[in-house]
Design a protein around this ligand. Structure first.
Ligand code: BGC
Length: 755
């Protein structure tokens, strides 16, 4: 043991010496980057096996997010056969494992600890899809930074987030983990989350490395089925799916995770074009690339490699630096190098990238700098974090319907709170909540009970039904409570296991007998408010028509119950808007706002066009939609360009800026926030273009009677796309500039880009 400590001390001395020398031979990339000499000094001591060890990531037995669990990872650490671990957290546990690496491995190279801190570590925030509905970048950056603070205080260095996959199919369970269907908004949110997780440095050990995932195109599996094939044109990939990953990289994401899927026939984990060309050469990513859980091994099932050894070679040669849980590099990479199928330089570069992050994290200076029990105790579940969770949840809840202003609840004497999710706080943390504790969540029932004494109303409660199953025995109790009440609040939806990874649903209605329960409640004649808890857009046409009000609460986190009550009782005026389209029925899926016009655009009055014969094309609720307890009036849209208009079109050149402005007035009686949205349509292109694309938005707050002029500035750069020649540029021609409260209610003006 002593000799190991001696070697670790020698590394530190060597690093200190080398850091003070000038580099005589500058070389490309990381060799000249930050910590290059320190990294060199460590690498000089490493055997090939130890290098491969740095490229190996294992889960501990504290939890698994995939099909297999390896045993004996402590022995791997001791032998220098693994450089990072995941699913291990808390100061006590990470310190224990770090001690093995530092004191018992030959070189004492510190471990990195990673974890899926997706929407909070202990204090759980709303699911990312919910947060995205706030359109509030500062708030999302803040929740990511709190998540990082708690995670770092618990010994973690690395989160496998943000997930930035664009998603257009609500059957896919992982839509809950992203920011919805839009590329522009998704890119802004990706960057905000990276900044929140990583901040600008690790000086205070209160930030974690971000890992943008799943690179790439994982959000477009055929039929919404988990892990399924992804196939799309390169143009669609570059225009729609790629930008959020690049935005995250540009914001400084230090790591990238490959996706499980193949893309145009090549699995992402062995995709040289994706990793080497697009990510590294075109977009200058210098951090390290990690696989998803055993995704190297899965290239055999994909039919892309004959065996795991070849899969490992494909991955290494494509630019995958770290093997998550597959043990392929550990088992086969040395042989691949010895036989010349993988060059030693490939390994050296990967190890350089990984060691560089360990230096950036400060782990070579102090491997235990994230291990402080006192700080951990004070940080997780801090009061300020819970307050932020409540605030973020309020900002994320979307009011979908509010007939005759039945909400907010005022002067109601008796309220019946019904439904399987009304009192079940444990569900509020939602999927991908890692170390989150469901029993710490405030349920809607608890929040209502707290208010009932204070606000002087009688609260009746009945579960009515389970989330799943066909048992209707609880209906009679629920209906009798409903009949005794002035208003019914039905809290229904999905269980948290119904979304997230490996949780695709073929039917996106309410599970079990919940729909029947809501129908029975409506049949009592009492006003019914439906509160939805779910991880994806649901198709609920009957409820959309018959409920008096609908509140989309999503999985709203530790403080969810309080936030929902704040909305229902009007302490907070809802301001969120959908970032994923809600279909009327499953048959419309995939459904998204930025579709193409087609050669036979939709016309419900004739037959031979792009339509269903049994349903309108329009969704139940469009992208960008959400109500408030107040109302907003939009004056006429005014567009100006520096050049004089001609034949009703406003002309502009590439260097010009178009100004689009509209005056918004709060015409109701409450103060409220409105998300004003700007869309653009490129009418004719060298390839067909979407009927509209979000290009800007502003969230404004207005007091009753107050007005504000919202001004958007549009340049030709914002009109770029991949042309027929795959050149990223704006083409001259006519554009529609559209502004409105959602993707459907838009006013338009016509402008023309002239050369
Ligand atoms: C998921 C990733 C996750 C990883 C580690 C995989 O199954 O696809 O998103 O980060 O497990 O938990």
């Amino acid at each position: 043991m002593k000799s190991y400590t001696y070697i670790f001390a020698s590394i530190i001395l060597l690093i200190a010496f080398v850091s003070s020398c000038k580099n005589p031979n500058p070389q490309p990339e990381l060799v000249t980057g930050p910590y290059a000499h320190q990294v060199d000094s460590v690498m000089a001591l490493m055997t090939l096996e130890e290098k491969i060890g740095q490229m190996t990531l294992f889960t501990t037995d504290w939890g698994s997010t995939g099909p297999t669990i390896r045993e004996g990872f402590e022995e791997d650490i001791r032998k220098g056969r693994c450089g990072a671990l995941f699913n291990s957290h808390t100061v006590a546990f990470t310190r224990h494992l770090q001690e093995i690496a530092i004191k018992e491995s030959r070189l004492g190279i510190p471990l990195i600890f990673g974890y899926d801190v997706i929407h909070g570590y202990k204090t759980i925030f709303p699911i990312p899809l919910a947060e995205s509905c706030s359109w509030d970048l500062a708030a999302m950056e803040n929740t990511a930074s709190i998540a990082a603070r708690e995670a770092a205080a618990a010994g973690l260095h690395w989160t496998f987030a943000p997930m930035v996959d664009i998603t257009r199919d609500p059957r896919w369970g992982r839509v809950m983990e992203g920011a919805g269907e839009d590329t522009y908004l998704g890119s802004l949110i990706a960057a905000a989350r990276v900044k929140g997780f990583q901040g600008s440095n690790f000086d205070n050990a209160d930030k974690v490395m971000a890992c943008v995932k799943h690179f790439a195109g994982y959000g477009a599996p055929v039929a919404g089925r988990e892990y399924n094939t992804v196939d799309m044109s390169e143009r669609m990939f570059r225009d729609i799916y790629l930008p959020p990953y690049l935005a995250a990289v540009k914001a400084g994401a230090m790591t990238v995770m490959t996706s499980f899927n193949d893309l145009d026939g090549v699995p992402s984990t062995g995709n040289r074009w994706l990793l080497d060309e697009v990510l590294r050469k075109e977009n200058h990513f210098t951090g390290f690339v990690v696989t998803d859980y055993t995704s190297i091994n899965e290239m055999v099932n994909h039919g892309y490699a004959v065996d795991e050894a070849q899969a490992g070679e494909e991955a290494a040669n494509a630019g995958v630096d770290m093997d998550m849980q597959g043990a392929v590099y550990q088992q086969f990479l040395k042989n691949s190098i010895d036989s010349g199928r993988v060059a030693l330089e490939v390994i050296d570069l990967a190890v350089r990238r990984i060691l560089t992050t360990k230096f950036q994290l400060g782990l070579f200076k102090d491997p235990y700098r994230f291990c402080n029990e006192q700080r951990e105790k004070e940080t997780v579940f801090a009061a300020a974090h819970l307050e932020a969770a409540r605030d973020m949840a309020r900002k994320s809840i979307v009011l979908l319907k509010n007939e005759k202003n039945i909400l907010p609840l005022t002067s109601k004497k008796t309220i019946a709170l019904i439904g399987p999710l009304a009192a079940d706080g444990t569900q509020l943390i939602g999927a991908w909540s890692g170390a989150g504790e469901g029993d710490k969540c405030v349920s809607v029932f608890t929040a209502f009970k707290e208010r009932s004494a204070k606000d002087g109303f009688t609260l009746l409660h009945a579960k009515g039904a389970e989330i799943s199953g066909d048992d209707k025995k609880g209906f009679s109790e629920a209906l009798s409570a409903a009949r005794k009440s002035d208003i019914v609040i039905a809290v229904v939806g999905e269980s948290k296991e119904m979304s997230g990874e490996a949780s695709a649903r073929a039917d996106i209605g309410l599970p079990g007998v919940q729909q029947a329960l809501v129908e029975a409640l409506v049949a009592t004649g009492k006003p019914v408010v439906v509160v939805l808890m779910n991880g994806r857009p649901l198709a609920l046409p009957w409820i959309a028509e018959h409920a008096n009000a609908i509140v989309e609460a999503w999985w709203s986190g530790t403080e969810g119950g309080h936030a929902i009550a704040d909305i229902l009782f009007g302490d907070y005026n809802p301001s969120a808007k959908l970032t994923m389209t809600f279909p009327r029925v499953m048959g419309q899926v995939p459904i998204f706002y930025n579709q193409k016009n087609t050669g036979r655009p939709y016309d419900p009055t004739t037959k031979w066009n792009t339509r269903y014969i049994d349903l309108p094309n329009s969704p139940q609720y469009p992208f960008g939609y959400g109500l408030s307890y107040t109302t907003f009036a939009y004056d006429s849209l005014v567009v100006t360009t520096p050049q004089p208009p001609s034949k009703g079109e406003y002309l502009f050149a590439r260097k010009d800026t178009i100004q689009a402005s509209v005056k918004i007035t709060n015409t109701g009686t409450r103060s409220g926030e409105e998300i004003v949205q700007l869309y653009v349509r490129d009418v004719v292109g060298s390839v067909t273009r979407p009927v509209k694309e979000l290009k800007g938005y502003e969230k404004i707050k207005l007091e009753p009677g107050e007005s504000k002029n919202v001004v958007f500035h549009i340049t030709s750069d914002q009109l770029r796309f991949y042309t027929v020649d795959m050149i990223y540029k704006a083409e001259p021609g006519t554009f529609w500039i559209m502004v409105g409260p959602d993707a459907e209610r838009l006013q338009k003006k016509v402008v023309r880009l002239v050369e």
